[in-house]
Design a protein around this ligand. Sequence first.
Ligand SMILES: Nc1nc2c(ncn2[C@@H]2O[C@H](COP(=O)(O)OP(=O)(O)OP(=O)(O)O)[C@@H](O)[C@H]2O)c(=O)[nH]1
Length: 694
Amino acid sequence: MVECGECLGTDERNGVHHYLLPVVLMTLALWVRLTIAPVQAGLQYLTFFPAVALSCILGGYRAGLVAVIIGATCATYIFTPPYYSFSIESFQASLWSNTVFFMDGLIVSFAVEAMHRYRQKYASELKTAEESAAWLRIASVAFESQEGIMITDSKGRILRVNKAFTESTGYSVDEIIGQTPRLLKSNRHDSAFYAAMWESITRSGSWQGEVWDRRKNGEIYPKWLSITAIKDADGNVTNYVGTHTDISERKTAEEEIRNLAFYDPLTQLPNRRLLQDRLQHAMSSTERNRKGGALLFLDLDNFKSINDTLGHTAGDNLLQQVAQRLTSCVREDDTVSRIGGDEFVVMLEYLSNEVLEAAAQAETIGEKIIAELNQPYYLGGQELYNTPSIGITLFDDNRNGYEDLFKQADIAMYQAKKSGRNTLRFFDPKMQGSINTRVALERELRKALDSQQFRLHYQIQVDSSGLPFGVEALIRWLHPERGLVPPFEFISLAEETGLICPIGEWVLETACKQLKLWERHELTQDLIMSVNVSAKQFYQSDFVVKVLEAIHRHDVNPSLLKLELTESMLLDKIEDTISTMNALKAVGVRFSLDDFGTGYSSLQYLKRLPLNQLKIDRSFVRDIAVDSSDEAIVSTIIAMAHSLNLDVIAEGVETDEQKQILLNKGCIHYQGYLFGKPVPIEQLEVMLKQDCLC
Ligand SMILES: Nc1nc2c(ncn2[C@@H]2O[C@H](COP(=O)(O)OP(=O)(O)OP(=O)(O)O)[C@@H](O)[C@H]2O)c(=O)[nH]1
């Protein structure tokens, strides 16, 4: 700009030049006229020369010429008569005078034309210079606009940035010049993103879009970026110009709008609208994924009285605490929403596709929520209690609209209120029935432990010659009204509720007590006692301690205790499993792998486990005589056990034929009805004596 101003100044000073040329030429013309032309024509010149000059100046070149011709004609006509004698002298004088006049006129005309042209050229140059200056002024103002601008060379090295750029990135001009835009990268975008950007710039010469960059202070922010390639006359890229607008504020505003539209401002939980949206989505995906889902409609009990006694603010505070507690009770995939007042809805996804199992899962979460919301609240230093009523309905497809589901859960919630509050109810009465049975069973199971309703039955294990070498301890529940309850009716419930741990400890304790008693008799002193251990029990942090305590408490030989583990439970945490097993194996405790063949049966992990025995699952033994694939599996298991130096025992042996086939394959230990059913200790002892007598 400065340079341009200087240039303009110089031109303005030089502007007078274009007048000099015509002045010089006209002076020359006057001199020519006065010195060369005959005196007789002087008056003629004095009359017409100013007219010609004026015509030229005012009318330009052509007008000048016309004036010269008219002037010359008039002069001939007006001034010739005094000499008009048709003498050769007067004709020559007139001709000479007019020629000189004509010459003068031409010189003046050309001089004026030259002056005009010079002036025009000068004026157009001046206009161009003024326009350029104006454009530069505009460009300069535009460069310092609100948008951040960065100009790089063709290699992407930054050449120039504006103030808005330095302000939004936090980098000073000195820090940024010479760097590449990589300095600004946030690492939020993958290489595919940048590849697409450059593909567009190369193809179309420009790109624009949203980019997350990093400011100098580390903050990551969104900006709207436009990149344009600048090319030279040959089409080669010389520069890139990047302009950006910081859109973090716009994003925040958008986020706020979104929050208001989809979230409850008090608790920040999803509101009814977002819940509906998620529910519709979940209803479709449960059908696709063959999973179940549940809607838990929750209303706080007597919440109004909290508002009335402690005030609305305390009520709000309680609602916020309820929101936090609810969120802590469910998985991240689940949705906790507040749909208004003291009403919350929890949507559970990825439940079992078996209705009753899904109901049990939903019930477990519902109970967890009730327990959590029953804990005291502290509002303004005051302790207070509140409870919820929960209605549950299940979904596994799109059959019912979400409005129907809401209605069902709401109806169930009112049932819960009617049943005295602080409880849950299912919409489906059948489901409610099975849940009631389960709840009753769980209550009784807890009681069973305290009132010693469990018993151990023992099933004998024999070798190939029929001699007993061990027994498996199997739990039975002697219910006061229902009689003997088989394990499959209560073990899975015990596992779900965690009751399996105290039950497992009781089994271990009772088995050790029995081992001690057997020590006294020759017939039983070498029997190995197999005890089943559940996954929950095995992975308790003090499992090893508890087993060792039981062994020491009853002072039994640890090598007579064999713990039966199942394949599936071992695979989860293989390293933990190995260290737990090693700790017990160090004192002599034995391990058998139960149900072998039904799981992954991977040699890789099998090798690493400090096992003593593999137990062939009864399902392979049952059809061993008729199903060749079962026979092949059994052969493989036996071969595998032998290659790992493990003992192998087959369970579920019921016939001589089965025993014989197993024996032929190299399996020499058996358990099954062929040798004895699980029986109480008294019967077992009778059996043992009989075997001995045989
Ligand atoms: N503090 C607070 N109270 C609210 C809000 N929205 C609704 N309420 C109050 O919540 C109460 C809801 O009461 P109800 O669920 O109808 O009745 P309840 O006292 O809980 O009794 P039951 O539901 O029958 O156990 C009403 O008193 C509403 O005024 C809110 O955002 N904050």
